[in-house]
Write a protein that binds this ligand. Structure first.
Ligand code: NAD
Ligand code: UGA
Length: 323
């Protein structure tokens, strides 16, 4: 039996990954504490399409409070997506929450995995471990995070290395580059930009809008997880970029065309912890995993806009975040 454990199964990427695994015939145990920076009703909605699937079991629990050894019984692959995300919100007194969710929770999971015959653990790491990038950046670059969040994700990678080197835990880290698409978190740029253009409210741009991101469509990030589970070399780290590196200003132009409406812009100061550019060199993921991004930014933005419109029309609840 093909069996997987997905942590963070109610989140943006975790729910999309769970759907993909179920569609491929996996039995999936999903764990999610329904915590974090945005409303629980959105997370429940993310799971709507599979919560009653006969091969899905939902464990609504914080990682550190769950009986992980029991949950890992019979599991072949673990996909660790649970974390408190968000670069800009990781400053201030709340950092202890990042430590709890992103470091301590993961260490508990690795402790449990080291006692079980799991074939592969895939860890959702982040481009934010690098800090600033001035050109195509590969995995040999020494990480130098510039946000507390980036530090917490890099600590996760170090835990992977320790548990791999000392206990042979077969863990692979994927450094996702700014993921977008249907279900994107409400604190993230495209989600906010689409809503602002639709509602005629100002888009708050941090800085001059000339920052770039190597935006990655969510289905490509999900596919990278499936490939990493099968082919990823334990102990290794892979960049997962979308090949759609572009400035925010140009994205806003694309969204104006898609939504057929002008954006109202309001510039704010650049935010601490935000890299000016991200730029993924994905040669290693291509060569070793067979990974290649497949969705263009234009198509991906359209999918996200359509999905968000449906959600807003349903009028189910407040989309605001605690950020
Ligand atoms: P998300 O907040 O939508 O999903 C994370 C989920 O994990 C949430 O549903 C949350 O309730 C759950 N969770 C958090 N801590 C938990 C805990 N201790 N126990 C159980 N459940 C817990 O975030 P996302 O955007 O889907 O990100 C998924 C992963 O990918 C995260 O690890 C994030 O750091 C990483 N990542 C995301 C991006 C991106 O652009 N979205 C980029 C790089 C890396
Ligand atoms: C995203 C995720 O939120 C992180 O969890 C992840 O780790 C990171 O990608 C990554 O690639 O590692 P970020 O790049 O900040 O972080 O993604 P967005 O929130 O979509 O922001 C993209 C850009 O838009 C940033 O420069 C940000 O400052 C800007 N932005 C965002 C605005 O100008 N206005 C907003 O309202 C929101």
């Amino acid at each position: 039996m093909k069996s997987a454990l997905v942590t963070g199964c109610a989140g943006f990427i975790g729910s999309t990954l769970t759907e993909a695994l179920l569609a491929r015939g996996y039995h999936v145990t999903g764990i999610d504490g329904l915590t974090g920076n945005y409303a629980t009703w959105i997370k429940r909605k993310n799971m709507e399409s599979f919560i009653r699937h006969p091969h899905f079991r939902f464990v609504p629990c914080d990682l550190q409070l769950s009986n992980l050894n029991d949950l890992l019984r019979g599991v072949r692959y673990v996909f660790h997506q649970a974390a408190l995300p968000g670069v800009r919100s990781s400053w201030g007194k709340d950092f202890s929450r990042y430590v709890h969710h992103n470091i301590s929770g993961f260490q508990q999971l690795l402790e449990a995995v080291k006692e079980s015959p799991v074939e592969k653990v895939v860890y959702a790491s982040s481009s934010s471990v690098y800090g600033n990038m001035n050109g195509p950046t590969d995995e040999s670059r020494l990480p130098a995070p510039i946000s507390p969040y980036g530090v917490s994700k890099l600590a996760g990678e170090h835990l992977c290395r320790l548990y791999h080197d000392n206990y042979g835990v077969p863990v692979v880290s994927l450094r996702y580059f700014t993921v977008y698409g249907p279900r994107q978190r409400p604190d993230m740029a495209f989600h906010r930009f689409i809503r602002s253009i639709r509602d005629g409210t100002p888009i708050h741009i941090y800085g001059d809008g000339e920052q770039t991101r190597d935006f990655t469509y969510v289905a490509d990030a999900v596919n990278a997880n499936l490939l990493a589970a099968e082919k990823g070399r334990p102990g290794e780290v892979y960049n997962i970029g979308g090949g759609s590196r572009i400035t925010l200003n140009r994205v806003i132009g694309l969204l104006e065309s898609i939504l057929d409406k002008k954006a109202v812009l309001f510039h704010e100061r650049k935010q601490p912890g935000d890299p000016k550019h991200t730029w993924a060199e994905i040669g290693k993921a291509k060569a070793e995993l067979g990974y290649a991004p497949s969705v263009s930014l234009w198509k991906g933005l359209k999918e996200q806009a359509v999905h968000l419109e449906k959600m807003l029309e349903s009028g189910e609840g407040d989309l605001s975040t605690s950020l």
